[in-house]
Design a protein around this ligand. Structure first.
Ligand code: FPP
Ligand code: MG
Length: 327
């Protein structure tokens, strides 16, 4: 966490600018909208995504006004997707606080999500850079496909690691890729520059790890994440730790566990049996080993593409923070 704090501090002025821009953009003549949004913005997340945009821009030049607009667009689109996701998943808590659909209702949450999404597109357009508009719009497409993929895969229980990685790319890593693109474009660099390719690939790997770590939280109670344990399995989603152990047919009880994992509407007892099975058979270690492999790949890419600098170090320590974070 120490390292993440120092990254935030190194971008303190830019983050203040970002949050001012977000508040100004979301202001509207509708009092109810303002009220709901003010309470939503109180529980601000870690803002990892706009930080990634800014670090990419800084590594290649400067954080400019265009970078801030692009970063705000990414952050608003991300929040739009979370607000909508909480409706889709019927979730009552996020970041330890009640969701908009829980406090109000689904109708209002969908409309607030729409408002965030529209403002994300306006901010992207305000960069006057069609490449940024394209990145943000493409991102909305991928997130929607990813969400549908996940529901489809959940329904048909495809116990396949490749399908898992495709889902987490679309639903999470695509956002991190968009962050790199927006940061790179805002620094006046084109996508064909090898430094841009390195940052995009680094961000894809970071995004994959972000979701793998997020999925690990679901195996444990008492985290600071503010969401109940076993939520993914309750929604029919099988994630990397369990997926890995279910592939090992030599494990005692594997056939029974595979059949259980494919069942619809699992009860609390069944969910905890599957979670215990994954933990006891090394599923969590496997997920950590996977993240560490991706981390080394990403670090090699960045150190091979950029000269040493505090911003380069910050990017690498951001990766470590994502893997080590407790919420
Ligand atoms: C959280 O996943 C949700 C997402 C990463 C993406 C949600 C995408 C949509 C609802 C569609 C696109 C929306 C827009 C506005 C373009 P999760 O449910 O695994 O994680 P959680 O536990 O944090 O809810
Ligand atoms: Mg969800």
């Amino acid at each position: 966490m120490g390292n993440f704090k120092s990254i935030q501090q190194s971008l303190a002025t830019e983050l203040t600018g970002l949050n001012g821009l977000i508040r100004k953009t979301l202001d509207s003549p509708n009092e109810l909208m303002n009220k709901v949004i003010a309470s939503y913005l109180e529980k601000e997340g870690k803002q990892v995504r706009p930080i990634l945009v800014m670090l990419c821009a800084r590594l290649l030049g400067d954080v400019t006004d265009k970078t801030l607009k692009g970063a705000a667009a990414v952050e608003l689109l991300h929040n739009a997707s979370l607000i909508h996701d909480d409706v889709v998943d019927d979730t009552e808590k996020r970041r330890g606080a009640p969701t908009i659909n829980a406090i109000w209702d689904n109708h209002l949450a969908v409309l607030i999500g729409d408002f965030f999404l529209s403002n994300a597109l306006l901010l992207a357009a305000a960069t006057d850079d069609i490449r940024i508009v394209n990145s943000i719009s493409e991102l909305g497409r991928l997130l929607s496909i990813g969400e549908l993929d996940e529901i489809y895969t959940a329904r048909f229980n495809n116990l396949d690691e490749e399908a898992y990685f495709q889902i987490i790319f679309r639903k999470t890593a695509s956002l991190f890729v968009a962050c790199a693109e927006v940061g790179v474009f805002s620094a006046g660099i084109g996508k064909d520059d090898p430094r841009a390719a390195a940052l995009v690939e680094y961000s894809r790997l970071l995004g994959l790890c972000f979701q793998i770590k997020d999925d690990i939280f679901d195996y444990y109670a008492d985290t600071e994440i503010g969401k109940p344990t076993g939520n993914d399995l309750r929604e029919g989603k099988i994630t990397l730790p369990l997926l890995h152990v279910l592939r090992d047919q030599s494990l005692p009880g594997c056939d029974e566990m595979r059949a259980l994992a494919r069942e619809e509407a699992l009860g609390t007892g069944e969910i905890s049996r599957l979670i215990t099975y994954a933990i006891d058979n090394g599923g969590i270690e496997y997920a950590y080993d996977t993240m560490s492999r991706l981390r080394d790949q990403a670090a090699k890419l960045i150190t091979g593409s950029f000269a040493p600098s505090p911003t380069r170090d910050a990017l690498i320590s951001l990766f470590d923070f994502i893997i080590e974070r407790r919420h």
